[in-house]
Design a protein around this ligand. Structure first.
Ligand SMILES: [Cu+2]
Length: 197
């Protein structure tokens, strides 16, 4: 092999590397909306998630065509700075603390000992952080087919977490918190929140 050929090989490999990196960057940059088919905002609270579309309408379910690219803008509702960074229409769609607590009471069995409200207050203090993972419904452990590997939604975050994910496999997906967050943690799941058709 001559040094010239060798050098060209290296440059080709380098070029390929740069191309794939560039592709990667455009997929994760919050500023680039070119490849995005849908944007949704996901708020994590004790002990659930709320989904708001770009028009500030709360959604129970996001339906995607296979192959679509979804941009997820996620935040912890306790993070004042991340919430402030949202468009006002999204901010206004977030129910207040009391309304979210009411939702919990409808979904989560009451504790056998202790008071629901006190447990919630305690969780706010002791376990203020959550995370968001998106996996096929019925799958409790991280495994194949994950749509979003867990991202931490800290109460001290200064901005929402932005991720773009591809709708690769037809299935129904659950939003799930993998960060211990107190009494209701096992119920911090939104089953069937995303459907890929
Ligand atoms: Cu949680």
């Amino acid at each position: 092999m001559t040094p010239t050929v060798h050098r060209r090989d290296v440059l080709t490999a380098l070029g390929a590397g740069i191309t794939s990196l560039a592709g990667c960057t455009s997929r994760t940059s919050p500023a680039s909306g070119d490849d995005v088919d849908k944007t949704v905002y996901v708020g994590a609270y004790h002990w659930g998630y709320l989904i708001v579309d770009e028009n500030g309408e709360e959604q129970e379910q996001v339906v995607l065509q296979r192959g679509a690219v979804l941009r997820l803008i996620s935040f912890n509702t306790l993070s004042g700075q991340a919430v402030q960074a949202l468009p006002s229409s999204i901010r206004e769609a977030i129910p207040d603390h009391e309304a979210l607590e009411e939702r919990n009471k409808e979904r989560i069995p009451p504790p056998s000992d202790g008071d629901f409200h006190e447990l919630l207050e305690e969780a706010n203090e002791r376990f203020p952080d959550h995370s968001l993972a998106i996996m096929p419904s019925g799958q409790m452990q991280m495994g194949g087919g994950m749509m979003l590997h867990p991202v931490v939604l800290s109460h001290t975050a200064t901005a929402p977490v932005v991720r773009q994910v591809g709708a690769r496999q037809r299935d129904d997906y659950t939003l799930s918190c993998l960060t211990e967050c107190g009494y209701g943690h096992p119920y911090m799941q939104l089953d069937g929140a995303i459907i890929i058709i």
